[in-house]
Write a protein that binds this ligand. Structure first.
Ligand SMILES: [Zn+2]
Length: 430
């Protein structure tokens, strides 16, 4: 190793040793002022260390290291090298392209696209999230072909604000700046949105899935219009308060939308059958109601949950033996006919649960005697219920009984010791 090379390596080793030793430091010897000062300094160290990516990644690219290992791109290489999630490495690479030197094919090194932000980041004064806000804002301004000196002014202004405000507040300031500099810049903004629109739903490693998205304005408006009305707390007229958090209500609203989409006849057909969720389980699981069933997407869900879903249209289930042979499968009998559906809508006019005002579009057909327990798909055994109240019946101990051909709801004893049946008075106020 040359002297210079060994110096650089030694610096990194010394930095790691210095930071590591602080992890075992006795902070009780510091007075409060010193303690706060130390915490602030260490935050700078953390941010400054992060900005090392902006030096390292351009160097990797200048040497064409990722290409040598036949990888799709730098992001994939960095993810493998440092064991990062794909999203994490792509953000680092994106930042390095804005904040690192730009190595030309000729070998010439140009200064970073955003030199002020690069220097501030290296000094540890700006966090990664704040940098992301500034990079996005300046990317939009650049796409709108704003003059170079205007761009530089905007960069300096935002960096200054970043030293005063957190990332969320800074995003608001950036938005105001965009509105001021590009009063009619919606086109550039639209193009930017089109390029950056994104949605993913991936396993989170804990049996659930994480939905992440950057929605363009149109999709966001639709999402707000549809989800917010559906996510409103259910009225307490049924004697049970809606105890769900705002996030849980939003989640359930999203589920309702997906169910509506599945019920809709307008969905494109795949492989000659209407769009459907296919659920498989073993005979033993079917009989005992325990264990995990599998969807055609390989997702696991409890057999209990699967059987409840099987009560609904557009969900097909298959019971197989231990060798994989099909013993039984969902038939159309569990789905109400169109005429039955119309009669149900005429009778219930929406969710039949006491106090609920959901219209028919947001309801599904509930079998009073479960279909999996031999309940028939007859009007006398069906009731329209919204997703939320379907769940109330299944999980909270409410029962449904048909009196004179109309569904009545019997509350659980913990809610009403007398268990007096109630009904939705939408149709007739009796
Ligand atoms: Zn309801």
């Amino acid at each position: 190793m040359t002297t210079l090379a060994s110096q650089v390596s030694a610096q990194a080793d010394a930095a790691l040793a210095a930071v590591s030793s602080l992890a075992a430091a006795d902070l009780s010897v510091l007075d409060e002022g010193q303690l706060l000062g130390l915490i602030r300094t260490m935050e700078k160290v953390r941010r400054s260390a992060e900005s090392f990516d902006n030096v390292a990644i351009p160097e990797l690219e200048a040497r064409a290291v990722p290409a040598r290992y036949v990888l799709r791109g730098t992001s994939q290489f960095v993810a493998g090298l440092l064991n990062l999630a794909p999203g994490e490495s792509s953000i680092r690479v994106r930042h390095a392209r804005e904040l690192g030197v730009r190595v030309q094919l000729s070998g010439e090194r140009l200064e970073p696209l955003l030199p002020v932000l690069a220097a501030t980041r290296a000094g540890g004064l700006v966090s990664a999230r704040q940098a992301a806000v500034i990079i996005r804002c300046l990317g939009k301004l650049r796409a709108s072909s704003l003059a170079v000196d205007e761009l530089a002014k905007a960069e300096a202004f935002l960096v200054e604000q970043a030293e005063l405000f957190d990332a969320a507040t800074l995003a608001g300031i950036a938005k105001q700046l965009l509105d001021t500099l590009l009063p009619d810049g919606t086109l550039a903004d639209e193009q930017w949105q089109q390029r950056h629109r994104f949605l993913s739903c991936v396993p989170n490693g804990e049996g659930m899935h994480r939905l992440t998205a950057d929605l363009d304005s149109e999709t966001a408006a639709l999402a707000h219009a549809v989800l917010h009305s559906l996510a409103a707390p259910k009225p307490a007229a049924d004697g049970e308060r809606d105890e769900r958090t705002a996030g849980q209500r939003m989640h359930d609203a999203f589920r309702s939308v997906l169910k509506l989409a599945l019920r809709s006849a307008e969905l494109p057909r795949t492989a000659g059958v209407p769009a459907t969720v296919l659920i498989t389980m073993t005979a033993e699981q079917f009989e005992t109601g325990t264990g995990l069933a599998t969807t055609s997407f390989g997702q696991k869900l409890s057999v209990d949950q699967a059987l409840r879903m099987a009560d609904q249209a557009s969900i097909t289930w298959v019971v197989h033996n231990s060798k994989g042979g099909v013993l039984n499968y969902g038939t159309t009998q569990r789905c109400a006919t169109e005429k039955q559906t119309l009669a149900l809508i005429a009778r219930d006019q929406g969710c039949a649960f006491p106090g609920c005002t959901d219209p028919p579009e947001w309801t599904e057909k509930h079998h009073v005697v479960p279909w999996s327990a031999g309940g028939q798909t007859d009007l006398d055994n069906l009731s329209l219920l919204c997703d939320f109240h379907h769940d109330r019946i299944d999980r909270h101990g409410w029962r449904v009984t048909m009196l004179d051909g109309v569904p009545w709801f019997i509350p659980p004893a913990w809610l009403d010791p007398a268990q007096a049946p109630r009904r939705n008075h939408r149709v007739s106020p009796r």
